[in-house]
Design a protein around this ligand. Structure first.
Ligand code: HEM
Length: 419
């Protein structure tokens, strides 16, 4: 398939286990240089094209006509029944995508998000007081990074705060479905077949759906100013949402709204520990917070890839992509593209410009939660400023075994007292 490639091709391993210890950044550097459009024979199912250069990724994301999302945005291929049951806006093309996105987009606009600052700040302050301000050794992922985004999205959805630890646990099982520590059922195990009509081929999706139904019933009889109420009474043309449309929207918002931002915060803590000079620089120059947030996002790249399917034959860098082929855009690679980001493997709090691909950058699926995630990160980093040079990692944080989510399972830190 790639005749130009030599023996080093054999080193290209993009299976989940290749991401378990560390990111395979040298593999992506190799692909960017020698095979920017690379056919990967996946060990589990049908292979896929890997797009690894920044500008090629942007080109694929920009145009949904040649590159559709409707047969899945992850590596699993869907049949018709799966598409009907599992499709969220993420896996939908226009015009339905436009209608679905419109139902919830107002809550994530820059103006709406700026009005949340007044309650997000005290939330962050409370979490700081319960963790970094007390000092000692603790799991910053579960005590600090996880509660913030889940409480924020819960409040927007209308989920009671008391249920947020359970939502974190359910999301962990879903996003960690390829890691045996987080989920006993692998999506590649034949036993997952009984869940193939559920997102992530996982029973946890059913638990989340049932919870969503319970909440929807509450809101039907007692409407409030929240997203679940909006979805319960929403109309697509002349009809209400189907159960599958409601379920998949609810699950998408819960999972996308908490796992990603949580891991971005965790990566920030790991990065500042690894680059103490940058931590000190940010402490001394808090005006760098906006560029630091962007650099944290580039560095973190919590979503490693998304997938499209070619609708028609296309050619890219001399490779013929046939209609029906799966095309995977590797954000993690584009964010380290040396032709766009000078010294891409350095974490620099004043990096500018920094047009990273972490949220997808362009196209109709550009992350709905961009403004919200950035605000949460800005407020959290600002509150963390006094502690940025006062903690160290108590162990090398264990990574989630996944080629989709770039995250940690635990993040033990030791914080020294701060004056
Ligand atoms: C650092 C945090 C985040 C990262 C890295 C991230 C990443 C992404 C990426 C890469 C996409 C584009 C997918 C594609 O092009 O196929 C996306 C879409 C999406 N994100 Fe985020 N996201 C984050 C935070 C959030 C938050 C806080 C929410 C809030 C609910 C959210 C909701 C969504 C939704 C609903 C979509 C689908 C949009 C569509 O299909 O039109 N995300 N996200």
């Amino acid at each position: 398939m790639n005749p130009a490639l030599s023996a080093s091709e054999r080193a290209v391993n993009l299976e989940d286990e290749a991401f378990a210890e560390r990111l395979p950044l040298e593999t992506f550097a190799f692909l960017r240089r020698h095979a920017p459009v690379y056919w990967y024979e996946w060990s589990h199912r049908r292979g896929f094209w890997c797009i690894t250069r920044y500008h090629d990724i942007v080109a694929v994301l920009r145009d949904h006509e040649p590159f559709s999302s409707a047969s899945g945005a992850n590596l699993e291929d869907w049949d018709r029944a799966q598409a009907l049951c599992r499709r969220s806006m993420l896996e939908t093309d226009p015009p339905r995508h436009t209608e679905l996105r419109k139902l919830v987009s107002a809550a994530f606009s820059p103006r709406a998000v700026s009005s949340y600052e007044s309650w997000i700040r005290p939330l962050v302050q409370q979490l700081i007081e319960e963790t970094f301000a007390r000092g000692g050794t603790f799991d910053a992922l579960h005590a600090f990074a996880a509660p913030l985004p889940i409480r924020v999205i819960a409040r927007l959805l209308g989920v009671p705060e008391a249920d947020t630890p359970w939502l974190v646990e359910v999301s962990d099982r879903l996003m960690g479905n390829t890691d045996p520590d987080l989920s006993p059922i692998s999506p590649y195990d034949p036993s997952s077949e009984r869940w193939h009509l559920y997102p992530f081929r996982h029973e946890a999706a059913l638990e989340l759906f049932e919870y969503g139904h319970w909440l929807a019933e509450q809101r039907r009889s007692d409407p409030r100013d929240d997203l679940v109420t909006r979805l319960v009474f929403a109309r697509l043309g002349d009809r209400p949402l189907t159960t599958a449309e409601f379920d998949n929207m609810f699950l998408l918002l819960v999972v996308a709204g908490n796992e990603t931002t949580r891991q971005a915060l965790a990566h920030a803590l790991v990065a500042f520990a690894a680059f103490p000079d940058e931590a000190a620089r940010l402490q001394q120059h808090p005006a760098l917070l906006p560029t630091a947030v962007e650099e944290v996002l580039r560095w973190a790249t919590p979503v490693l890839h998304f997938r499209r399917t070619a609708r028609q034959d296309t050619e890219l860098h001399g490779q013929r992509i046939a209609a029906g082929d799966r095309v995977v855009v590797w954000f993690i690679s584009g964010n380290r593209d040396e032709t766009v980001f000078p010294e891409p493997d350095r974490f620099l709090v004043d990096r500018s410009p920094n047009d990273h691909l972490t949220f997808g950058r362009t196209g109709i699926h550009f992350c709905l939660g961009t403004h919200l995630a950035k605000m949460e990160l800005r407020i959290a980093l600002e509150a963390l400023l006094p502690y940025l040079t006062a903690y160290e990692l108590a162990e090398s944080p264990p990574r989630i075994r996944s080629n989709f989510t770039n995250g940690y399972k635990r993040l033990m830190v030791t914080v020294r007292p701060v004056q």
